[in-house]
Ligand binder design. Structure first.
Ligand code: PEP
Ligand code: MN
Length: 326
């Protein structure tokens, strides 16, 4: 809430009146000559009717706060990525591939299997954010080349993660869509560099980020020049270990229907269970997602990361028909 003051009002007295009513003043906006124009209240202030606040002597009116992410608000529901429309009226897109790019032969084989199944984007990590420093960290620059060749050979686009500022230029050279991983959603230095890279960005939600923090991370990218931001919900930290994370479909519907933004859902990392991936992919599309990102592997038992959640490529056949037949 924002409390707008009448000209000449006693700002100090209004401030005390707000505090007396359990209101936290988060920001004070002043005019050119230093006079207080408005007070912005924190969301954790005591719940009061606007009428009660408007009744304070010297208050002109009570309004909603101005958005802190005007570029995100203005972007619109559709982003164009190397000629592929994502969001808006476009049919849902399917982004799929292994967790990590393991070898050139393997990614070629996976891309060959995915291409006829309605997949538009080949996914896979060249740089892998692993919880343990001893786990497979990805093949780096070499993997970017393998991935690009495999995608080109089968008419696919590439989405892959840049983990650090130093990776961004090379990733932007090989990828159509630059991925920012969950663990880096609030790595503001990385967001600034990624924004300048000239590629649209797939921004994964951090596992404990509020929707507002996620939108502000998108604002960083747009403010630094990104041609478009697609949001990706991949599950947040829950209290229950039955699924790897907790898929927040409410946030998906909120972004799609209220904020009118393109949002992709990743049910693989959200659940960690391959038996739940397709049901939640369908639920995501019903909630308004512009597409789904699903991990697939030709031999999940041998996968170097995230094997237990990987589907066989052929399992995507049940999700929806290829774009060409829609
Ligand atoms: C990924 O998609 O490869 C990945 C690492 O996911 P997240 O950042 O959501 O954990
Ligand atoms: Mn993974």
């Amino acid at each position: 809430m924002v409390i707008y003051l009448k000209p000449g009002a006693d700002a100090d007295r209004i401030k005390r009146a707000l505090i007396a009513r359990g209101q936290w003043i988060q920001q004070t906006e002043k005019g050119a000559s230093g006079e207080v124009l408005s007070f912005s209240l924190a969301s954790y202030s005591m719940a009061l009717d606007a009428a009660e606040l408007e009744a304070i002597d010297g208050v002109a009116r009570v309004g909603a706060p101005a958005s802190e992410h005007p570029r995100v608000d203005a972007q619109g529901p559709r982003v164009l990525v190397s000629g592929v429309e994502i969001g808006g009226d476009a049919p849902p897109v399917l982004l799929s591939g292994p967790c990590a790019i393991e070898s050139e032969e393997r990614i070629q084989g996976i891309a060959r299997q995915l291409a006829p199944l309605g997949v538009t984007f080949l996914r896979g990590g060249a740089y892998k954010p692993r919880t343990s420093p001893y786990a497979f960290q990805g093949h780096g620059a070499e993997a970017l080349r393998w991935m690009r060749r495999a995608a080109d050979a089968h008419g696919l686009k590439v989405v892959t993660e840049a983990m650090s500022e130093a990776d961004v230029p090379l990733v932007a050279e090989f990828a159509d869509l630059l991925q920012i991983g969950s663990r880096n959603m609030q790595n503001f230095s990385l967001l600034k560099v990624a924004g300048k890279a000239g590629r649209p960005v797939l921004l994964k939600r951090a596992m404990a980020a509020t929707v507002e923090e996620w939108l502000l991370a998108g604002e960083y990218l747009l403010a630094h020049g990104a041609p478009g931001v697609i949001f990706c919900e991949r599950g947040i930290r829950g209290f229950d270990g039955s699924t790897r994370n907790l898929l927040d479909l409410g946030a998906v519907a909120l972004l799609a229907a209220v904020h009118r933004l393109p949002v992709i859902v990743d049910p693989s990392h959200a659940t960690g269970r391959r038996d739940l991936v397709l049901p939640l992919a369908r639920a995501a599309l019903a909630a308004g997602a512009a597409g789904v990102m699903i991990e697939t592997h030709d031999d999940p038992a041998q996968a170097l990361s995230d094997g237990p959640q990987a589907l066989a490529p052929a399992q995507l056949r049940d999700l929806f028909p290829p774009r060409s037949q829609r």
